[in-house]
Design a protein around this ligand. Structure first.
Ligand code: AMP
Length: 410
C-alpha cells in the first residue's frame, strides 16, 4: 500500500517536525568539519517544499554513536551551519534571483523547556535544528515518553530519513503515535524505486551482489531468487559459493560456516540465471604492492587470493547487465579501494550506466557501491542512488521497515 507523502496533504503554515538523516562524516579537527555534505543536500527539496508552504520547521536527526551521552564531538551544530550556507545558495524563484536566505537556528538539546520555548517562538519559514537525538538513550529504546516530548514540539511529522527507517526508534516509529505524519520527498523516492523494483519490475530483472560477506546478503538472495531473472555474484562472497561447489579458492576470504547455506542457495537458484565468477584477479597478499596475476580458469592456486573478478567474468556479467531492464547493485566485485583491484567493479558500473541510458531502471545501494559509482563519475547516469545502506538491504530482504510501516497509507 503506498504511503502518504507531503505531496498529498495541505500543510500550509503548519509547524512541522521533520526527521532527516544528518549522520554525516566528520573529520578529526576541532571543531569537526563535515567531509561529505551529500546527506544535507538531499534534505533540501523537502525543506524547500515545506518552507514554500509557509511552514515552520523543526529538524531532528542522529549523528554517529554517542550511546546516550551528550558528547560534543557528535554535535549537530556543524550541520546547522552547513545547512544555512546551502539554503543561502538556493534561489527563491519568487524574489528576482535572491536567495532563500534562511538562517538555521540551533537548539542545544532535542527535548526540554528550552527547546519547547525555541520551537514555540518559530515564525512561518523559520528553521530550527535540534541537537543529536542519540544524546538521549530513550531515542534508540523507542521510549514512549521521549517520543511524546518530541511530538509536542509540532503539529505534523515528516519522515525523510531513509537511512534510519529500518530501526524502531522514537524518532522513526514512536512519534507517529502522537502526530499525523507523511513521507518527505527523499523517502518517497526510495520507496518508489526499491518498492517498484521488487513488486513490479521491468524484465529482465538482474540483481548484482558483491562485497565481503555472504552472511550479510543471505536474506537478500533468498528474497530475490523468486523475483529476479538473474543474480550475479562478485566480491569475496563469491569464494564461499565456489568453495561450496568443491572449487579450489586458495587463501581467498571464505566464510567456512556458511558453506552449507551457500550450497542450499545454489540449489534453490535452479530456475534463474545464477552467475559466479569463472576467472579472477589474484594477489599473494591484500596490499597494493602485492604480486598480481590473472587466472586462466576458475581455480585459484594455494597461497593466492581472489581480489577481483577476471576478464571473462566481466564480459559474461556485462552481457547479462546490458540486456536487463531493471538492475539492482549492492556490493563491489573486488577490493575496489585498491585501484589495481577495481577493474571489475568499474566495468560493472559502466555496464549499468550503459543499460540505464538504454532505458533500464538502475538502483545502486550500499555505501561501497555508491562510493565506487561516484568515484567513476557515473552517479548521474544511474536511475537511483539509495541513501541508506542497511535500510536498502533490509528492503531487498523483504522485511517490513518500522519507520515506513509507522506512516499512514494513502
Ligand atoms: P560489504 O560491506 O559487505 O559491501 O563489503 C565491502 C568490502 O568488501 C569492501 O571493503 C571490499 O574491499 C571487500 N571485498 C570485495 N571483494 C573482496 C575480496 N575478493 N576479498 C576481500 N575483500 C573483498
Amino acid at each position: 500500500m503506498p504511503k502518504l507523502t507531503i505531496r498529498d496533504i495541505d500543510l500550509k503554515n503548519k509547524k512541522i517536525l521533520m526527521r532527516a538523516d544528518y549522520n554525516v562524516p566528520l573529520d578529526k579537527s576541532s571543531p569537526r568539519q563535515i567531509t561529505d555534505d551529500t546527506r544535507i543536500k538531499e534534505s533540501i527539496p523537502t525543506i524547500k517544499h515545506l518552507i514554500g508552504q509557509g511552514c515552520s520547521l523543526i529538524l531532528c536527526s542522529h549523528l554517529g554513536r554517542p550511546k546516550g551521552k551528550a558528547l560534543p564531538e557528535f554535535s549537530l551544530k556543524p550541520v546547522a551551519e552547513r545547512l544555512s550556507e546551502l539554503l543561502g545558495q538556493e534561489v527563491n524563484p519568487h524574489t528576482n534571483g535572491q536567495s532563500i536566505g534562511v538562517r538555521v537556528k540551533f537548539a542545544s538539546d532535542c527535548v526540554g523547556d528550552e527547546v519547547k520555548k525555541l520551537a514555540g517562538s518559530l515564525k512561518p519559514k523559520d528553521i530550527l535544528l535540534l541537537e543529536n537525538l542519540r544524546f538521549h538513550p530513550e531515542e534508540e529504546k523507542n521510549n514512549e515518553n521521549f517520543a511524546k516530548q518530541l511530538s509536542e514540539l509540532a503539529e505534523f511529522f515528516v519522515q525523510d530519513a531513509f537511512g534510519t527507517v529500518h530501526r524502531a526508534h522514537a524518532s522513526t516509529a514512536g512519534v507517529n503515535k502522537f502526530l499525523p505524519s507523511a513521507a518527505g520527498f527523499l523517502l518517497e523516492k526510495e520507496i518508489k524505486y526499491l518498492g517498484d523494483s521488487l513488486q513490479n519490475p521491468k524484465r529482465p530483472f538482474v540483481a548484482i551482489l558483491g562485497g565481503a560477506k555472504v552472511s550479510d546478503k543471505i536474506g537478500v538472495i533468498e528474497n530475490l531468487i523468486p523475483k529476479v531473472d538473474a543474480i550475479i555474484i562478485g566480491g569475496a562472497m563469491a569464494y564461499t559459493f565456489l568453495k561450496a561447489q568443491g572449487i579450489r579458492v586458495g587463501s581467498s576470504r571464505v566464510e567456512e560456516d556458511k558453506l552449507e547455506v551457500a550450497k542450499e542457495i545454489c540449489k534453490k537458484s535452479g530456475k534463474i540465471t545464477f552467475l559466479l565468477p569463472v576467472d579472477h584477479v589474484i594477489a599473494d597478499k591484500l596490499d597494493k604492492a602485492a604480486n598480481v596475476e590473472n587466472t586462466n580458469g576458475i581455480e585459484i592456486k594455494d597461497g593466492w587470493m581472489g581480489v577481483d573478478i577476471g576478464d571473462s567474468s566481466i564480459s559474461r556479467y556485462c552481457t547479462v547487465i546490458l540486456s536487463a531492464k531493471t538492475i539492482v547493485l549492492n556490493g563491489p566485485m573486488g577490493v575496489f579501494e585498491i585501484d589495481r583491484f577495481a577493474k571489475g567493479t568499474n566495468a560493472i558500473s559502466y555496464a549499468i550506466a550503459d543499460a540505464t541510458s538504454n532505458g533500464a531502471v538502475s538502483i545502486i545501494g550500499g555505501g561501497d557501491s555508491v562510493s565506487a559509482v561516484k568515484k567513476a563519475g557515473l552517479a548521474e547516469k544511474m536511475s537511483h542512488i539509495s541513501t541508506g545502506g542497511g535500510a536498502s538491504l533490509e528492503f531487498l530482504e523483504g522485511k517490513e521497515l518500522p519507520g515506513i510501516a509507522a506512516l499512514k497509507d494513502k
